[in-house]
Design a protein around this ligand. Structure first.
Ligand code: FAD
Length: 572
């Protein structure tokens, strides 16, 4: 029988993985990879660190060379070959050799599309000035490095405060540039909920990065063809020797669209669970495809390396006749910024609100990454979102200096397996003092959430705080309360609560807070059993700081009852 001929378009994350897996499954297949750029199989995710010189040797970004593909895997990788079109009837592709300028055709039995995504370049006045960059490949990162060196750039403006924007902020700062981020949303890291992103925002400011939130670029100004400043819609004029556009990517679908392959509502290539497109001989993987969101069941675009690699393996299996099914994505992602780790999986609360889904609860925790008595423990901020009706896990976000990604990874896998908060309570995780706690943050998150679902504690929503009319009680110690407190709260330390019950109203809700939500939980248990309508402000003062960094919006301080307790209130 004639060996199968598999052609792959795109030779980086998805394309290279698919080719290697195919070879492992079919020694006889003829596998040819076409890559438009000069380097197949390079480490896209390392590019910001090459710009920042954390990786100084460019060769380290090359994961596998065409030579290695040939000798080790018997795979032909053709760099600087752009596929121009797909003739589905004749099962042929048309390819342009970018070195020679010639055009030729190649026939296939199976075709895999892994063309990735293209960075969005907003159509704005001045966007084509020199010194304005996007970052997608090695030549882009080289150009940015050369620009910094050649122009002795001092000031950088990054447009977009998402994952790549923040990685670039850190790396440009590492090269001693003064960095400003302009972000259209009212928060950095748009996949996170705003209050969780607040910790990242504060950390950026602490690291001397200026952040212009809820503002968008209006135009780029230049002199002699070079960018000199960025003007924003709010009227700010930011000096810039260098601009990075990191406002997102869009799937590279031209080939698929021209070939008449079905596209989805999000603009990506539509595939089935085996990554097969609407053509039975064509598969597609990576940033270019739409896949199902594990949690919502909706089609979505998740341009991340993990899904691209997993999908590539599934496509290879399917091409070789193996049963293979992609489970979907949860947008599990992690980013490091100035020593802080930010990680997320599943849906955010704001997405649930947008979808008008009210069947959920969210809890906040601030546990340490390992036992507090062992040196070096650091608190992390963790938010867990779950279905109110049955405890199904929906999403989690965490920010902290240590141990963050481990917890999100565990919850991510739990979500993928359809687990509940009750499963997290019971999760058996490795523990020794320097690595974790006997009740790991993941267990704790499950326990706190399960307490809510079992009715052991009722939650008050932070978003409802302004104007809620509740009686606010802070059960921390006096010194803690005097340092800083929630607007309008009165202080009854937990140890005094039982003998001071007469100070509390029985005709209105009582919302209780402490430092991180644990003592207030104990207090709510006491109050509930004495018949008070008590609720816990999950996450306590640490969460308050993230929700209301500037205090409660003025005019909404109906909760304030400190005037009834003049000896209390904030320290001057
Ligand atoms: P790519 O890896 O982009 O490969 C597509 C290739 O197809 C490109 O090289 C392109 O030249 C080629 N191509 C396109 N059209 C044609 C054509 N017509 N003919 C021939 N070749 C063609 N993800 C993470 O999970 N974690 C991270 O930390 C992370 N960091 C990132 C940092 C940066 C700066 C960037 C740019 C991306 C990062 N990503 C990260 C995303 C990740 O790199 C992508 O999700 C992943 O590479 C997608 O794989 P892919 O195969 O779909 O596309």
């Amino acid at each position: 029988m004639r060996p199968k001929r598999v052609l792959i378009i795109g030779g980086v994350a998805g394309g290279a993985s698919c080719a290697a897996r195919l070879r492992r499954l079919d020694e006889q297949a003829e596998i040819v990879v076409f890559e438009r750029g000069p380097y197949p199989s390079f480490a896209n995710c390392g590019l910001p660190y090459y710009v920042g010189d954390a990786i100084s040797d460019e060769a380290k970004l090359l994961v596998a060379t065409p030579e290695l593909f040939r000798t080790r895997f018997n795979i032909e990788v053709r760099a600087e070959q752009e596929v121009l079109g797909i003739n589905r009837e004749e099962r042929k592709i048309e390819v342009k050799d970018l070195r020679k300028g010639s055009v030729y055709q190649e026939a296939y039995d199976a075709l895999v599309l892994s063309p990735g995504a293209v960075p969005i370049r907003p159509v704005l006045p001045g966007v084509d000035l020199a010194g304005i960059f996007t970052l997608r490949n090695i030549p882009d990162s080289r150009a940015i490095r050369e620009w910094i060196r050649g122009t002795s750039a001092k000031k950088a403006v990054i447009i977009g405060g998402g994952f790549i924007g923040l990685e670039m902020a850190e790396n440009l700062a590492r090269r001693s540039l003064q960095v400003t981020i302009v972000e259209m949303c009212d928060q950095v890291m748009p996949p996170l909920d705003r209050e969780m992103a607040e910790y990242v925002y504060v950390h950026l400011l602490d690291n001397h990065v200026s952040v212009q939130l809820a503002d968008a670029v209006a135009r780029f100004n230049g002199s002699e063809g070079r960018v000199t400043s960025v003007e924003t819609q709010s009227g700010a004029r930011l000096q810039a020797d260098l601009v990075i556009l990191s406002v997102g990517v869009k799937p590279e679908t031209k080939l698929a669209k021209d070939a008449g392959l079905e596209l989805g509502s999000r603009g990506g290539i539509r595939v089935d669970e085996s990554m097969k497109t609407s053509d039975p001989c064509i598969w597609a993987v990576g940033d270019a495809v739409e896949v199902r969101d594990t949690v919502t069941g909706e089609f979505c675009l998740v341009p991340l390396a993990g899904p691209a690699n997993r999908q590539a393996r599934i496509a290879a299996d399917a091409i070789c006749g193996r049963p293979a099914r992609f489970r979907g994505v949860q947008a599990t992602a992690v980013c490091g910024v100035f020593g802080l780790t930010v990680a997320t999986t599943g849906v955010s609360e704001k997405r649930l609100i947008q979808a008008e889904n009210t069947n959920y609860e969210a809890v906040y925790l601030h546990p340490t990454d390992h036992a507090g008595y062992y040196p070096g423990a650091k608190a992390m901020h963790l938010k867990l979102i779950f279905r109110r009706s049955d405890g199904l896990l929906l999403g989690a976000q965490a920010v902290g200096e240590q141990g963050v990604e481990r917890r999100i990874d565990i919850i991510s896998f739990a979500i993928q397996k359809g687990s509940t908060v009750f499963d997290l309570e019971e999760a058996e995780l490795c523990y020794a003092p320097q690595f974790g706690t006997a009740k790991d943050p993941v267990n704790l998150a499950g326990m706190v959430a399960a307490n809510v679902l079992r009715g052991d504690v009722r939650l008050a929503k932070w978003s409802d705080l302004p104007g809620c009319g509740a009686f606010l009680v802070d059960v921390r110690e006096e010194e803690e309360f005097k340092r800083d407190s929630i607007d309008g709260a009165i202080n009854i330390p937990l140890g005094q609560l039982r003998r001071r019950l007469s100070e509390l109203p029985r005709d209105r809700p009582i919302w209780v807070n402490c430092g991180v939500g644990q003592r207030s939980y104990y207090a709510v248990r006491v109050l509930q059993q004495y018949g008070f309508a008590a609720r816990n402000l999950s996450g306590g003062y640490k969460t308050w700081e993230a929700w209301y960094p500037d205090g409660l919006p003025s005019g909404n301080a109906e909760i304030a009852h400190a005037e009834e307790y003049p000896s209390q209130g904030r320290a001057a």
